[in-house]
Write a protein that binds this ligand. Sequence first.
Ligand SMILES: [Zn+2]
Length: 324
Amino acid sequence: MQLLGPIPEREFPEFHNLMRLKIARCLAPGECSESAIAAHSVQKSRYIKPLAENGHVLSVKLDATPREGLSIDMRSVGVNQATTFTGLCATHDDAIFAPIEKRDIDFTSPEQLFLLAYRCALSELHEQMESASRVQGAYSSRVRRGFDSGNEPSYAGMQATHRIVLAYEAYQYKCTLDAMLESRRFKAVRHQVLRVPTTIATVAGNAVYSVDDVDVGDSWLRMHLNVLPVSQRETVVVFSYLREASKKALRHLAPVLSTRDAGSRAKLSQFIVDGCGNTVFRPSFVHGWSAAKRTAVLEYFHDSVWAPQLDREVGDLGVFALDA
Ligand SMILES: [Zn+2]
């Protein structure tokens, strides 16, 4: 699905370089000078492989070419690359996440649920940092080439500042979670664990998203989302939030918690597509969608990148293979 028209030939190389910009710093608590590895934000062998076909899953990706411009589509990605981010060194990835890496997750354990939520926050911070660097890089280039003065406010300058503020807020939030991790105050994060019976595993992913119109302290409500196919017959969806935000989080989640009917299941799919993040799908499941559903899902992904669309009435965005 095309988003923007052709990119001028002379501007494309720089744009392409910025899009490929990677930050590879370890974001574990404290200062770590080790370089980061490509860590999985969703555990590979337990939760991504069950969806894979011929070693690949599908994920929603933006792509840019000079001739086609900017487009969004479902693209095939190998299980070794799916949901990876370069925000942890090998030592810290292992040391911090061993309790949820080495065995099946116990969804009643405050420690394991905390670690699931914490890993989302690291991956989200990493994404925000890369995004801020890209936008800042694009702005610096405009100043260098004389399109912006660098001294007066401009749209591109404001965009760059905005991205840096978002990355900084994500960093502060991570520091709050770091303190909880270091003092083992795992119950400071609360969770809602939903179990969806399925006929086959179709979706996995995680994200941290903010609910901008709901304040918590001097920031806004942040929700962590994990979608984990624990078997072909069941996918576990975990929403996590700070304990002090419980009341507001539960109000936000009411449409998916209230009942176990088809309507709330449909809403749950909408929450998952809206949260976006690192969502991956079983290829044959997506290939079985009608053209209308595929377009609806891609449009929704695109529209919800900047602002949640949860109040919107939508058609079929179903991400689960449910029993009829
Ligand atoms: Zn480290």
